[in-house]
Design a protein around this ligand. Structure first.
Ligand SMILES: [Zn+2]
Length: 170
């Protein structure tokens, strides 16, 4: 079996930067602090988001990592690649505080400095549930209800991960 290997991916970064500019305002000044890597070798996940350890920060200069399974990436169309990268970016949370903007006369959210590790955390998925439990008990939890609403309002209902190939993100 081939050894596991990593390689920085400008291709994944390019996809990520577009998504960041559209949907992740808290990452806009932090894209350079995220390392995007292909992972070669078998794994049971397609993508993974991680906060760097102190040593990883020292060794790479990054604050956060996104790992993409290189084999899965090859088989995904652009839409699915976007969804996978967006998913991983959603894991990154940054502390902020509310600030009153005198000019706009309203409260705005101000992000804490991107280069401070303590300002970053990894966020869990909105929903952690078995499909069997939803089949048997319906939308029994507020989080699942919100999730179901998002599914109903999604721009297209086709299954993003309908491939025979099972994509799992963590
Ligand atoms: Zn995830």
């Amino acid at each position: 079996m081939a050894a596991v290997d990593f390689e920085e991916s400008p291709e994944v970064r390019e996809v990520a930067v577009k998504i960041i500019n559209q949907h992740h305002p808290h990452l806009q000044d932090a894209a350079d602090l995220i390392g995007f890597y292909f992972r070669f070798g078998a794994s049971d996940w397609a993508g993974k988001a991680k906060k760097c350890t102190a040593f990883e920060r020292h060794a790479t200069g990054y604050m956060l990592f996104v790992f993409i399974n290189a084999e899965d990436w090859k088989h995904l169309n652009p839409e699915k690649r976007n969804a996978l990268v967006d998913h991983e970016l959603c894991h990154f949370m940054r502390t902020s505080h509310r600030k009153y903007d005198e000019e706009l006369q309203k409260w705005t959210e101000e992000w804490e400095p991107a280069d401070q590790p303590d300002n970053w955390t990894i966020r869990d998925h909105d929903v952690e549930e078995f499909s069997q439990v939803i089949q048997r008990h319906g939308l029994w939890d507020v989080g699942i209800e919100q999730f179901a609403r998002a599914v109903r309002n999604a721009p297209y209902q086709k299954d993003l991960f309908e491939d025979e190939r099972q994509i799992r993100t963590i």
